[in-house]
Design a protein around this ligand. Structure first.
Ligand code: SF4
Length: 364
């Protein structure tokens, strides 16, 4: 078994071959906060390395607060990283205007991302005009082409946001992103605010943009089932870190990390009698004082002594699939592999009082 450190020498999704279009190398984001007189930081994203290949969809999956939307904003260069770098075509990202021409962000909420006083034509014409991509009679042709690329008829150009369904609004938002002729789309929860019945259409639209136009797409979602349907590669994020990655079918059929197993256990399944839920399995940690060692150890039923003290390295568990978990490591000592808690004691939410304290942590 090969041990692969999740460091800057290899992408977390195991991408190989040609140069990826967009790369995150060791991206870290800490947000400063004030707690009374004390200053602290929220460790939102920690040392994330990821590559988006051309004509590929990479899904970043995790619960709310896992840092996946912050990662998308870092890749869109809407916020500056605390550490690490974003590379476009293997080189440091160019200036903002050239960068946004190539990397576009599609936001979660199609109800607030369009200005209600302007029609679709205005929303699509604006980026074309600002970037000198169309003018005059050519403008209407380009707008009709953009609408066609997102499976809307040219008549939608005259419609206002209130005349569109949620799915149609999201298609207009995607068309607006496509107006810049980008090579990378960063889609942050693009279907989570849509009715279930129309989600599939938007997912298929993204798949078509990958297949027909060769776009590199980041699909951010909390829904691992939709990630399996759409993505080529899944990277699972927990508490700001990528903890498992690999081919989508491999990660969902044979999840190696206990957190991925937990996520899958909560995914909708028509054969399961009980409704899916993550309740009763603990809550994501406080990222101002993230748990020491493996950040999942307060919730993990398999936690060992080593888990509370040392951050696990990523270990290749199958071709292209890596999991950052001490369960896959060989050569742990008896002291390191001693269970952290009695079997069966992790049955309810882990309270702060139950949470094992890491070195340097004070009990609240
Ligand atoms: Fe659980 Fe330890 Fe693996 Fe973390 S490293 S997921 S605590 S077994």
């Amino acid at each position: 078994m090969t041990i692969i450190p999740l460091d800057r020498t290899r992408t977390a999704n195991g991408a190989s071959g040609g140069t990826p279009v967009l790369e995150a190398r060791g991206l870290t984001k800490h947000f400063p906060v004030h707690r009374g007189a004390r200053r602290a930081v929220v460790h939102a994203v920690e040392d994330v390395t990821l590559a988006l290949p051309q004509a590929g969809i990479t899904a970043v999956v995790g619960e709310s607060g896992s840092g996946k939307s912050t990662l998308a904003r870092l890749l869109a260069q809407l916020i500056k990283p605390t550490a690490g770098a974003v590379l476009l075509d293997g080189a440091r990202a160019p200036g903002r205007q050239r960068y946004t021409r190539q990397v576009q962000l599609v936001l979660q909420d199609p109800f607030s991302s369009l200005n209600p006083v302007h029609n679709t034509r205005y929303h699509l014409a604006r980026p074309l005009r600002l970037h000198g991509l169309a003018s005059g009679a050519n403008m209407d042709t380009q707008i009709a082409e953009l609408l066609e690329r997102v499976a809307l008829s040219p008549s939608f150009a005259a419609k206002y946001p209130h005349e569109l369904s949620g799915g149609q609004r999201q298609r207009v938002a995607i068309a607006r992103a496509l107006a810049m002729q980008p090579r990378v789309l960063l889609a942050d929860e693009p279907v989570s605010m849509l009715d279930v019945s129309i989600r599939l259409g938007v997912l298929n639209l993204l798949a078509g943009l990958r297949d027909r136009e060769g776009l590199a797409i980041l699909y951010v979602t909390h829904d691992i089932a939709s990630a399996r349907y759409l993505a080529d590669v899944i990277a699972v994020m927990y508490a700001g870190q990528i903890i498992e990655s690999g081919p989508a079918a491999q990660v969902t059929d044979a999840p190696a990390h206990p957190y991925t197993q937990l996520l899958l256990s909560a995914a909708p399944d028509p054969d399961r009698a009980e409704p899916p839920s993550l309740r009763g399995r603990g809550a994501p940690p406080n990222l101002i004082r993230p748990p020491s060692g493996c950040r999942f150890h307060p919730r993990c039923p398999f936690a060992m002594t080593v888990c509370a003290n040392e951050r696990p390295v990523a270990i290749e568990v199958a071709p292209g699939q890596a999991s950052a978990c001490w369960l896959h490591a060989k050569g742990l000592t008896a002291a390191q592999s001693r269970p952290l808690r009695e079997p069966g004691t992790l049955t309810g939410p882990v309270t702060e009082a139950q949470r094992p304290q890491g070195p340097g942590e004070e009990k609240r």
